[in-house]
Design a protein around this ligand. Structure first.
Ligand SMILES: NC(=O)c1ccc[n+]([C@@H]2O[C@H](COP(=O)([O-])OP(=O)(O)OC[C@H]3O[C@@H](n4cnc5c(N)ncnc54)[C@H](O)[C@@H]3O)[C@@H](O)[C@H]2O)c1
Length: 425
C-alpha cells in the first residue's frame, strides 16, 4: 500500500448534485484537493462560474472553494487520475420499477481506470444491499487489474443530507461508514473523520446499504400510515390533525409524522423499492409494507384533487374553467427540488378536469413543472382571483396570513392555516 487513509489529499467526487456538491465543497474547506466530476456539461459550466446549483451551498461558499484553487468541477474523466480517494454520488433511479444502476456502473467504470494501490473508493449513492461488493468491487477490479481489499480499499457510506435543513447539516449529521474489510473500514473512517463531526461504523457494506434503505422506508411507511389515517378520519368526521398533535405530546414510544399531498424527491418514491426489489429478487417474497406504502402515497395527489372537486361540487362549482392556485411546487418545505413532486400529478389531474392551474413557489425554477402550470407570485390579487387555493408546501417564505385573508377557499394539505375559508386534508 502506498498511501495510508490519513494521507488522502486528492479526492474525486463523482456526481456534483444535491449530495456530491456539498460533499466536494466541504472537503475543499477542510483542506482536500477536490475534483468534482460530472457528465452534465451545463452544471459544470455553472459551477465553474460560481453559480451554485444546490440551495444548501451558497454562491459565496462555492466562490471561496473555487478561489482556493482546491476545487475543480470538470466533465473530463481524465481529471480523475491520481486520486487517493473517490466518492460516488450519482443518481440511482428506477427503470420500470426496478433499480437502474447504469449511472453507478459508468461512474465506477471511469474510476476503475485510475485505481492505484492503496487508494480508496466509497459509494454513497442509495442502493440495494450487496451493490458495493457485488457490482462496484468487480468493475473496479476488472478495470484496474487490482484486488479490492488486498490492493485498494472499498467501502459504502450512505448520505443523510436533508436539503433545506439549517440545523442538521452535512458536517454535524452522524455519518454511517463501512468497508469490505477492516482496513477498508479504517480508511473510510479516516476519510469521513475529517469531513464530519461523528462517524458511526457498521460491520459491513451490506449493513450500511440497508441502514439507508431502512431510514427511508421507515419514513415512507409512517407517512403512508398518516395519510391513510387522514383519509379515514375525514370520512368519519374526525379531526386527524388534532389527534396527531395530541399523540405527539407522548414523550416516549411515538414519533410525529404528518399527512400530506404525497411524497417526492429522489428518496421516498424510489429508495424503498430498491429494498423490496432485493427482497423479491433474492428471496422471492413481497415486501408488503413497502408495496402498501407505495400504493397509499402514490395515490395522495389523486385524493387531493378528489377532495377539491368534492368541495367545489358541494358549492355548485365545477372544476372545469375554474382558476386553481397551487402554493408550493417543490416536494418539501424550503427547497427548490421539484423532482417527483406531488404538485406534478395534481396539476396534471386538474388540467385534465379543465381547470386553469396557476402555481407559486419562490424556490422552484420557472420551467420545472411544464406548461400546464402558469407561474405567478404569491400576491393578494392572485389569491383573491383564484376559485380555489391548494396549499401543498408551507415554505417559510410564504405569507400565509395573506392567503387566509384573501382566499375564498383553501384546501390546506399541511395544516398550516386557519380561518373560515380553510379546509384541512
Ligand atoms: N438528494 C438527496 O436529498 C439525497 C439524500 C440522500 C441520498 N441521496 C442519494 O444520493 C445519490 C445522488 O443523488 P443526488 O440527489 O445528488 O442526485 P442529483 O441528480 O442531484 O446529482 C447527481 C449528479 O450525478 C451526475 N452523474 C450522473 N452520472 C454520472 C457519471 N457517470 N459520472 C459523473 N457524474 C454523473 C448527474 O449529472 C448529476 O449532476 C442518489 O443515489 C440518491 O438516492 C440523495
Amino acid at each position: 500500500m502506498t498511501a495510508g487513509a490519513n494521507e488522502v489529499t486528492r479526492l474525486v467526487v463523482v456526481g456534483q448534485g444535491y449530495v456530491g456538491l456539498p460533499l466536494a465543497v466541504r472537503a475543499c474547506e477542510v483542506g482536500f484537493d477536490v475534483v468534482g466530476l460530472d457528465i452534465d456539461a451545463d452544471r459544470v459550466k455553472r459551477l465553474e462560474a460560481g453559480d451554485s446549483t444546490v440551495e444548501d451551498i451558497g454562491d459565496d461558499r462555492l466562490a471561496a472553494a473555487l478561489a482556493s484553487g482546491r476545487y475543480r468541477p470538470t466533465t473530463d474523466p481524465a481529471d480523475a487520475a491520481g486520486f487517493d480517494a473517490a466518492i460516488i454520488s450519482v443518481p440511482t433511479p428506477l427503470r420500470e420499477g426496478n433499480p437502474d444502476l447504469r449511472f453507478i456502473e459508468s461512474a465506477v467504470g471511469v474510476l476503475a481506470e485510475h485505481v492505484t494501490e492503496g487508494c480508496l473508493v466509497v459509494l454513497e449513492s442509495t442502493t440495494y444491499p450487496g451493490t458495493t461488493e457485488e457490482l462496484v468491487g468487480p468493475i473496479l477490479e476488472a478495470g484496474s487489474g487490482l484486488v479490492a481489499g488486498t490492493d485498494f480499499h472499498l467501502g459504502y457510506s450512505p448520505e443523510r443530507i436533508d436539503p433545506g435543513n439549517q440545523e442538521w447539516r452535512f458536517e454535524n449529521t452522524p455519518k454511517v461508514v463501512s468497508g469490505i474489510d477492516a482496513d477498508s473500514l479504517a480508511a473510510v473512517e479516516a476519510l469521513y473523520g475529517r469531513l464530519v463531526d461523528q462517524t458511526v461504523a457498521v460491520s459491513g457494506t451490506k449493513e450500511a446499504e440497508l441502514t439507508k434503505l431502512l431510514e427511508n422506508t421507515f419514513r415512507h411507511v409512517n407517512i403512508a400510515l398518516m395519510n391513510e389515517v387522514a383519509m379515514f378520519a375525514h370520512e368519519l368526521g374526525i379531526d386527524a390533525w388534532e389527534a396527531v398533535e395530541a399523540a405527539s405530546t407522548k414523550p416516549f414510544g411515538y414519533l410525529r409524522f404528518t399527512p400530506g399531498p404525497g411524497v417526492g424527491g429522489h428518496c421516498l418514491p424510489i429508495d424503498p423499492s430498491y429494498l423490496s426489489w432485493r427482497v423479491k429478487d433474492s428471496l422471492g417474497h413481497a415486501f408488503r409494507f413497502v408495496e402498501l406504502a407505495n400504493d397509499i402515497n402514490a395515490h395522495m395527489p389523486d385524493y387531493v384533487v378528489r377532495r377539491l372537486q368534492t368541495t367545489l361540487n358541494e358549492r355548485g362549482v365545477p372544476v372545469r374553467g375554474r382558476r386553481v392556485l397551487l402554493l408550493g411546487l417543490a416536494y418539501k418545505r424550503n427547497t427548490g427540488d421539484a423532482r417527483e413532486t406531488p404538485a406534478g400529478p395534481i396539476a396534471r389531474l386538474l388540467t385534465e378536469l379543465g381547470a386553469d392551474v396557476y402555481g407559486a413557489d419562490p424556490h422552484v425554477d420557472e420551467d420545472a413543472l411544464g406548461p400546464e402550470v402558469t407561474r405567478v407570485d404569491l400576491t393578494a390579487a392572485e389569491v383573491a382571483a383564484a376559485d380555489a387555493v391548494v396549499l401543498l408546501v408551507d415554505h417559510d417564505r410564504f405569507d400565509l396570513d395573506l392567503v387566509a385573508r384573501h382566499a375564498t377557499y383553501v384546501l390546506d394539505t399541511r395544516h398550516a392555516l386557519t380561518g373560515p375559508a380553510v379546509e384541512h386534508l
